[in-house]
Design a protein around this ligand. Structure first.
Ligand code: G3P
Ligand code: CA
Length: 268
């Protein structure tokens, strides 16, 4: 039968480039942001942590070893934790060669540099507060940088920024310090516990292997911290079959290292 007159077609899930388009460029670098932009992807995801001297930098692991040449530059400093290095030391590292020689010389971006690049590309940011237990007070530091960079203006807060974490206390803190910000919890809380999360988050963002239509429907029944339907962005989906499966579950967004693969699957 023909679609009911006036019935809105279900929107395709939003595609979010995980650590930038990290299937094609070194994760969490400005090159990964630009690659997402070239692929026509509005949203990028990143991971924020803090250096010894209080600078916010974009790195996934709590150590610099996997994604930079820190072991060569500072051989005596194992296990090369971010919190044990100054921003000036980290700025000397190569964060691209491990991925491929074409990216030699890519740097670990500061949060400030990262925000400026996302702005320049007119993209949007799903920012993860990574390992906040290692960095007491990092939420306040993040808000300070966001404010200084103009990211707490109405346009960014309304539609260009989401702050998420696996750590519920960290997200509750962000929500309390700036109640306007859109926030997300990373994980799959029990359905019975969802209302507790909805008090301070707008999104529940689970690993795709944990999802079902029933779970997404249960999340969607609730309103988030700003009175809108609680949303679901799932991670990390890098193949067409799982992208179509996530779409079938009814998710609002898909977080992926390979946004072109997911975009094509969503169209198909
Ligand atoms: O945004 C979802 C995803 O980034 C969570 O896992 O370990 O890649 O930060 P991880
Ligand atoms: Ca992340």
């Amino acid at each position: 039968p023909a679609a009911r007159a006036g019935a809105a077609a279900a929107a395709a899930p939003v595609v979010i480039a995980h650590r930038g388009a990290s299937g094609y460029a070194p994760e969490n670098t400005l090159a990964a942001v630009d690659t997402a932009h070239r692929l026509g992807v509005d949203w990028v995801e990143n991971d924020v942590q803090r250096t010894k001297d209080g600078e916010l930098v974009i790195v996934h692991d709590d150590s610099l070893a996997r994604t930079t040449n820190v072991e060569q530059v500072f051989p005596g400093r194992a296990p090369w934790k971010i919190k044990d290095f100054t921003a000036a030391e980290i700025s000397r590292l190569d964060a691209g060669s491990w991925f491929g020689s074409a990216y030699a010389g890519a740097r670990v971006p500061t949060l400030k540099q990262y925000l400026q690049r996302v702005d320049r590309n007119k993209q949007k940011l799903l920012m993860e507060v990574k390992n906040p237990a290692l960095y007491p007070g990092i939420e306040k530091d993040i808000l300070k940088v966001l404010r200084a960079q103009g990211w707490l203006d109405a346009a960014h807060v309304r539609s260009r920024l989401v702050v998420q974490s696996f750590d519920a206390a960290s997200i509750r803190s962000v929500h309390r310090q700036h109640t306007g910000l859109v926030t997300g919890f990373l994980g799959t809380p029990k359905v019975a516990d969802l209302p507790k999360y909805a008090a301070f988050t707008d999104q529940i963002n689970p690993q795709h292997t944990t999802l079902s239509t029933a779970y997404v429907t249960a999340v969607h029944k609730l309103k988030g911290a700003h009175g809108q339907r609680l949303r679901v962005n799932t991670w990390t989906v890098d193949d067409a079959a799982n992208a179509r499966k996530a779409k079938g579950f009814g998710v609002d967004g898909v977080i992926t290292n390979k946004p072109d693969v997911v975009q094509a699957a969503m169209r198909g």
